[in-house]
Write a protein that binds this ligand. Structure first.
Ligand code: ZN
Length: 184
């Protein structure tokens, strides 16, 4: 038979015990624990629904794999990482070592994601603006002075000087502000 690939219906039930939600992988029906409804925010419930959806998409009972899938989906949609960690710790009752591991994995995912973002942006906005200003100044200086130094001018050479000046000074600026970054 064909098992459900996504959530078909969300049904509230009076009490599911400790767990906030459960999914029937055959029908795709998600059961929400009405008793815990007020204990989680909308964003946290959304993470829990994504987790249940993960069981259907991945067709697995592997909780760790589902957590990882739900985390990626959650982040893609722009939700807060802290909410994903909090939501998961609410789902777990820490009765088994696996629960501790799942919470730790979620925290690690959030940290890794944070690191990726800060590496991508590299530095704070302020510092990035300073680097851009230094690169621009470098370009202008190169266009003004390089023809005098090399004896070669013209529009084509001007473009070359502009790019080179920007690259060299931009790199210098990046190095300078990277150091500041590391000490802060
Ligand atoms: Zn699950």
């Amino acid at each position: 038979m064909n098992w459900a690939r996504s959530i078909s219906e969300v049904v509230e039930v009076p009490d599911l015990g400790d767990t906030p939600a459960a999914v029937n992988r055959k029908t795709g029906v998600v059961y929400i624990n009405a008793r815990l409804k007020g204990q989680l925010t909308k964003d946290q419930w959304f993470f829990i629904l994504l987790h249940e959806q993960g069981h259907l998409v991945l067709q697995t009972t592997d909780e760790k794999a589902v957590d990882a899938w739900a985390f990626d989906e959650y982040v893609k949609r722009g939700y807060k990482l802290s909410e994903s960690v909090y939501a998961l710790t609410k789902v777990l009752n820490f009765s088994t070592p696996e629960h501790f591991e799942r919470a730790e994995n979620q925290l690690k995912r959030a940290q890794q994601y944070d690191n990726k973002i800060s590496k991508f942006s590299g530095m704070s906005d302020n510092k990035a603006v300073h680097v851009a200003q230094i690169a621009l100044a470098g370009s202008i200086l190169a266009v003004l002075f390089m023809p005098k130094i090399t004896g070669k001018g013209g529009f084509g050479m001007g473009v070359v000087y502009w790019v080179l000046g920007g690259l060299i000074f931009g790199t210098l600026g990046t190095l300078i502000f990277k150091d500041f970054n590391q000490t802060s």
